[in-house]
Design a protein around this ligand. Structure first.
Ligand code: GAP
Length: 456
């Protein structure tokens, strides 16, 4: 399996991901997505929207604000409770997440659901060492709120203080009434949202796995109380199927069902889909049955009635919610590590290739004139036509073999070559990235051929 270092190197050198603010020495744990990375991200989001909203009978899409009224975060419990347990090494003053220190000290231990006293006692009893200086002398644990604070308007005073959202979910809950009324959806129905979230993580790291600014794709699925377990099972399978149909192998994925004692107070069932990242299995996607906790909290805080009236039975109730929530960057890392390959060819050469599902490939097609001077004009014309429908790249430098290798390495699914025969037979050669097999296709059929090849 590819190492994390290999992927970081690969991502930087090809233009998938750069160090954030590199020109000024960087800003720790921030990353910028280059020409290829931004297309990969877009394709992941499109594939999610396609299956969760566009092809779904149940779901709609919204785009709510990053900045929300602070009462939202009071109601949701984030102001009081969205914190991580923070400890500090007395010797070197490095700060750590206490639960992660414990879990790294003994990989068989999970500190999920432990209170700060229990964590601190464990650290003392087991003489947990500081990963930075090797001593074992930590300060008592305190709760560190992870929400980023900022100010709205021109006066920096308490009244103007607001937060950057730490999740997209609350933007959906506070719009529940608006969405239900205007879309005229009947329960069960779901609301999808894709957008940036911000968390002042104590220990960001593992490249793009845990960062302070990231993108989430969340769905809140509103159901009749009592039916939530059925839907929880349904969406668990749906999420897993989405991942495997986009090429992640089943053997690299597992469900981690949370034990009852480790459930959050608002949840009656939670599972994580874990992916085998280069450092081991880790959380990719969280799926939680959240009861009516959020709607109830907003109903209380806002004083608005958020109940739903079932038009068929005349029953009135607060819907329960099933929520699958995933980070786009974690998916980027999972798809990149899974797709990356260095193959040895029959002639002994090594081929670097990114076996991304074609729906995710940054470029679906590369258009290549065999000889620039002779075929360049026709090739460029084909490039212009295809780029109306697909993400296409054009490359006319170096020999054709080198150009194929370059496209393989960035995951381009098809290479279309314009050669001596094209002028006579109005056809081109199409080469497949994975099999390297070539077929001759009439230019007039190129668009429909490509569409079939990249279907998701
Ligand atoms: N609304 C529920 C919620 O936000 P979460 O488990 O805190 O749940 C959902 O986050 C997903 O968002 C995670 O499974 C992960 O994929 C992604 N995520 C969370 N924190 C992240 C971070 N600091 N960096 C990157 N992705 C993150």
């Amino acid at each position: 399996m590819v190492t994390l270092d290999q992927i970081v190197q690969f991502a930087k050198s090809t233009g998938f991901i750069y160090q954030g603010s590199e020109l000024y020495g960087g800003l720790a744990n921030t990353w910028d997505y280059g020409p290829l990375g931004s297309l990969l991200k877009k394709n992941i989001k499109d594939a999610w929207i396609q299956k969760f909203q566009r092809e779904s009978d149940y779901n709609v899409l919204i785009d709510s604000s990053i900045l929300l009224n602070s009462d939202v975060w009071k109601a949701s419990g984030h102001v009081g409770g969205f914190s991580d347990p923070l400890t500090e090494c007395k010797s070197c003053n490095q700060r750590f997440r206490a639960d992660k220190l414990i879990e790294d000290h003994d990989k068989t231990v999970s500190a999920d659901g432990w209170d700060t006293d229990k964590m601190y006692q464990y650290i003392l009893d087991h003489k947990v060492t500081c990963p930075s200086c090797g001593k074992h002398d930590f300060l008592p644990i305190r709760k560190f709120n992870m929400m980023f604070q900022t100010y709205q308007g021109v006066v920096l005073e308490q009244a103007n203080q607001i937060y950057l959202r730490p999740e997209t979910a609350q933007g959906i809950f506070i719009n529940f009434k608006n969405i239900q009324r205007t879309s005229r959806k009947k329960v069960p129905f779901g609301v999808c949202q894709v957008g940036k979230s911000f968390r002042n993580e104590i220990t960001p790291g593992n490249f793009i796995f845990r960062t302070r600014e990231f993108e989430q794709m969340e769905m809140e699925f509103f159901v009749k109380p009592g039916t939530e377990m059925e839907w929880f099972t349904y969406w668990k399978a749906f999420c897993m199927n989405w991942l495997t149909s986009l090429g992640l192998p089943e053997s690299s994925l597992q469900f981690d069902d949370h034990k009852p004692e480790a459930l959050s107070h608002y949840s009656n069932a939670t599972t994580d889909i874990r992916y085998k990242f280069p450092w081991g299995f880790d959380e990719l996607w969280g799926i939680a049955s959240r009861t009516d906790y959020d709607l109830k909290a907003h109903q209380l805080q806002s004083g608005e009635n958020l109940t739903y009236l079932d038009p068929d039975t005349n029953e009135r109730y607060l819907p329960y919610v099933v929520e699958p929530a995933v980070g786009v960057e974690r998916l980027v890392l999972a798809f990149l590590t899974s797709a990356y390959d260095e193959e040895t060819l029959e002639n002994g050469e090594t081929r670097q290739v990114l076996h991304l599902h074609p729906a995710l490939s940054p470029y679906k097609v590369a258009v290549l004139p065999l000889i620039k001077k002779e075929h360049g004009e026709k090739a460029f014309e084909i490039f212009k036509t295809l780029s109306k429908y697909f993400d296409v790249t054009y490359d006319e430098t170096q020999n054709i073999g080198k150009r194929y290798r370059r496209q393989d390495a960035i995951g381009t699914y098809l290479c279309v070559t314009i050669d001596h025969d094209t002028a006579q037979d109005e056809s081109v050669t199409v080469r497949n990235r994975d099999t390297m097999a070539q077929v001759r296709i009439p230019i007039s059929e190129l668009r429909s051929y490509i569409e079939k090849q990249i279907e998701f």
